[in-house]
Ligand binder design. Sequence first.
Ligand SMILES: [Zn+2]
Length: 165
Amino acid sequence: MEKYPKDFQEFLTFFSTENDCWNYIFELRWPDGYSCPKCGSSKYWITDNKLIHCSECEYQGSITAGTIFHGTRKPLLLWFHIMWWVAAQKTGASAYNLMDFMGFGSYETAWTWLQKLRRAMVRTGRDKLSGDVEVDETYIGGIESGKGKQGRGAVTKTLVVVATE
Ligand SMILES: [Zn+2]
């Protein structure tokens, strides 16, 4: 079981810097150590702009590649807060709420992100969030088996917040 903050107070101690979030995702994605997606080497170094540089083949990987945060320019720390917030909305977060909370410029952007997050926050085989919701774990890279519920094509390697009722 991955470590996950039990309440918001603990969340703030877990994630107070961008690095905290980066390290957290790193450990979730590569619990047994990093291996280069191109050559499989486990030797790497981290560049100044936080790319994972393979010492063997020079391939540069990104922590967010293949996650829903791929290409985002917003800080991970902000996303972590958003996910916590979305999961904590007992009556469901609305795109308008999210727009205000995130400072998104448009309703469409907020809506798109809310859909992405909602999809990511549903564990395969479990029902969507409803009722009293408590977040209990986060993981990345779950392989979604084709169980039928995943309408819009399987999204693999996604940052997932799992919530229990
Ligand atoms: Zn490599």
